[in-house]
Design a binder for this molecule. Structure first.
Ligand SMILES: C[S@@+](CC[C@H](N)C(=O)[O-])C[C@H]1O[C@@H](n2cnc3c(N)ncnc32)[C@H](O)[C@@H]1O
Length: 350
């Protein structure tokens, strides 16, 4: 693919672009990213899935939707299918953009994670594992059905019999404690060693640990505190920087590029900055974009030079020429970039 110098893309630490991830990712070159860690919209009723929120709420009268469950827990058989179709397109682009052997991790709500895994596999990735983020404390959503029985048009004797037989049983939701993270890999070129030698990806750094032991499938990390989220960050689905940092350190090396097409409030980017990686992120919602831009600018290594000198991070063996975008693409983006490249440049918006 043709490459050319386009200043916003010649980035030192991070590149965050406001806009639709499906358009923006097309501008990234083939075989260029070292890993992608995504936290896509969950496609759950009233749970920050704007891309299909209207479609979902319009379906409230359709068969398969259980109206009595709280927002986020309504069952619609179409949700999984829609998530699968949505993700399949993103997975195909991600497969193109990642280097052979690179890892691709997607968060998913456990109830829909099988659709996520199938979308990734259908697009061409090899599913390696399902990791679990154990966040420990979840809000119990199981609903008592006693009130439903009391409102039924049956005799009092029947109600007593039914309530006694149900014995206080509730709707099928155990206390939520985890999210799934599907770990997949772009097919390698040759053996693990040959792939590593050519592309620098495809093996896992098992010296990384959250608990002092060999890294495991269950990762126990508390949800981010208010302080970690940062000022004005009321995003509904902020991921802990510590968890994402651990994932990044497992599957990449310093200076490599981590991509998050659904950046939200920017936690994956902050984790990339903290671990000395580079970050490319996209976010469609202006408010989330601004929060992410501010968090990233605060987390990125500060420029040390003056008068236009680029920011200095740890020494990297990063070949920036591989990350230039094709010449026809930058013009269509307009503004809406945030990046840490020069002291004179800060986050800006459309
Ligand atoms: C689950 S949240 C990500 C949260 C993020 N991991 C964090 O810690 O803040 C998903 C994000 O994807 C964004 N999004 C949804 N569809 C998008 C699209 N087509 N292009 C870009 N962003 C999109 C939403 O606005 C939302 O902020």
């Amino acid at each position: 693919m043709t490459t050319t110098l386009a200043p916003p893309f010649d980035f030192e630490h991070f590149l965050l672009k406001k806009g639709d991830a499906f358009d923006l990712i097309k501008a990234l070159p083939d075989n260029s990213g070292d890993a992608s860690i995504g936290d896509p919209p969950y496609n759950l009723h009233k749970m920050g899935s704007d891309w299909d929120h209207d479609a979902l709420t319009d379906k409230s009268g359709r068969t398969g939707v259980v109206k009595s469950l709280p927002g986020g827990m309504k069952l619609d058989r179409e949700q999984g299918r829609q998530l699968g179709a949505f993700m399949f397109e993103m997975c195909k682009q991600t497969l193109r953009v990642l280097k052979p052997g690179a890892f691709y991790i997607n968060f998913s709500q456990p109830r829909l994670s099988h659709w996520m895994a199938v979308a990734m596999e259908d697009a061409g990735f090899e599913i390696r594992d399902i990791l679990i983020w154990n966040y420990g404390t979840g809000q119990t959503k199981a609903a008592s059905q006693d009130r439903v029985v009391r409102k039924m048009k049956i005799s009092d004797e029947e109600k007593v019999r039914l309530l006694a037989s149900m014995g206080g049983r509730k709707t099928p939701q155990l206390r939520p404690m985890c999210e799934h993270m599907i770990l997949a890999q772009k097919p390698r070129e040759g053996t693990f060693v040959q792939n590593w030698d050519k592309w620098g990806v495809g093996l896992v750094d098992t010296t990384q640990s959250l608990d002092g032991k060999f890294p495991g499938q269950i990762m126990s990390v508390a949800k981010p505190s208010k302080a970690e989220r940062g000022v004005g960050n009321d995003h509904v689905s902020v991921k802990p920087v510590k968890l994402i940092g651990h994932l990044i350190e497992l599957v990449t090396t310093e200076g490599q590029v981590v991509i998050d097409p659904f950046a939200g409030s920017g936690s994956h980017g902050v984790a990339a900055m903290n671990t000395g990686r580079k970050f490319i992120g996209f976010e469609r919602e202006p408010k989330a974009f601004n929060v992410a831009a501010n968090r990233l600018l605060a987390a990125a290594p500060k420029p040390t030079g003056g008068g236009g000198t680029c920011g200095q991070g740890p020494k990297r063996s990063f070949d920036v020429a591989k990350y230039k975008l094709p010449p026809e693409q930058p013009r269509s983006f307009g503004f809406g970039w945030a990046h840490r490249q020069c002291p004179t440049l800060t986050a800006w918006d459309d």
